[in-house]
Design a binder for this molecule. Sequence first.
Ligand SMILES: Cc1cc2nc3c(=O)[nH]c(=O)nc-3n(C[C@H](O)[C@H](O)[C@H](O)COP(=O)(O)O)c2cc1C
Ligand code: SF4
Length: 433
Amino acid sequence: MEKPLTQHIVPGRKPLNLKEYEKVGGYQSVRKILKEMSPQEVQALVKDANLRGRGGAGFPTGMKWSFVPMGPDAPSPKYLVANADEMEPGTFKDRVLLEGNPHQLIEGMIVASYAIQASISYVFLRWAYKLAAKEITQAIHEAYEAGYLGNNILGSGFNLEMHLHTGVGRYMCGEETALLNALEGKRANPRAKPPFPQVSGLFGKPTIVNNVETLCNLPHIVNNGAEWFKKLGLTEDAGTKLYGVSGRVKTPGCWELPMGITIRELLEEYAGGMQDGYLFRGLLPGGASTDFLVEEHLDLPMDYGSIQAAGSRLGTGTMIIMDDQTCPVGFTLNLQHFFAQESCGFCTPCREGLPWVEKILMAIDKGEGKPEHLLTLDFHTKYLGPGNTFCALAPGAMEPLQSALKYFREDFERHIHEHHCPWSKSKAWQPSI
Ligand SMILES: Cc1cc2nc3c(=O)[nH]c(=O)nc-3n(C[C@H](O)[C@H](O)[C@H](O)COP(=O)(O)O)c2cc1C
Ligand code: SF4
């Protein structure tokens, strides 16, 4: 089984330095594109490869790049930003790539920058990723020394600056337009779209924001071709994916596997199944802002189309498992506490609605809920849904809530009718609020 993204990552061992990375073929894709390919050819290759963004929305990468103005009259400078903010609960896949092989990310950023003719690039890094910050700083320094960054890269006439920018720990900064405001030193609100960042992004100039995992795929696509990349996937989605599993499983972790592996294989073969004494109850397939799936979905492939058809989203591909001894109300409350806390407060439905949802869930969890509370929660899932708020944070928050109300409604009703949490005497996890 090919594992292009993680083949040189050994847990617990320092990442490859520049010399070691070059020995295993590192920076070959940069030599290739600068010598043999036009920026438009790189864009076409990535489009043909059917690479979809790994940051959560799955937008086709080549198509996203194609909206950037090109040619001598295009605004300048253009920017490329690697989104390494990774604060989605349950998600720790980019961390593996950042800490494990920082040169692979830098190489991917050079490929992306060349494709859109960006001359300035940033890694926007989650503040808590201290080790990643150290490794990336060192790798950027080595890449400058070797002439892969800076002016006239490898004598090609192409120039690229690269900077590391560390955030201050807000989930909101992962949303690409809020991220751009943060990079400009402003409050991290999202921006109105249009104009899209591809046309008017950082400092009003054309900008591409791509996820770390998306960018790390680029050197391999350039070196091996679009057909090779498409064949890595088991279903119609191309490539491999860094999948993760957390919750009460025997061996939680993160694995690079072919796109389209089933949920059951991930859960049983890689995560080792449920811990002794616990049964599977449900899962969030791609981080906290995706809809719950249940037992009947276990044989679904973990790809964009299959998970969407089942009413959820692949998201970041890192699943959170809920077991039978965890209260679904407490579980949902804990997530809503996070989302309410991370709301940027810019638009009313989210600023007011999320704390209201949290308050109602807290009352239900304590046994103080009323039957009409369920209708108020249903109402919120509709009015904080897509199209009613300024960005996707609130609609994302509603995904686990609406699906919990669908699949675990009887648990909510029991809390209300019995005036207490049926799990409260078990050793189960309780929300940390
Ligand atoms: C609240 C919120 C947080 C987000 N956090 C991240 C993040 O940490 N990393 C990321 O790559 N994308 C995140 N996204 C998605 C980005 O807005 C954007 O779609 C992504 O970086 C694009 O990269 P891709 O096309 O390579 O997937 C977030 C979106 C929202 C609404
Ligand atoms: S939906 Fe929430 S996070 Fe997004 S802009 Fe509105 S208040 Fe801010």
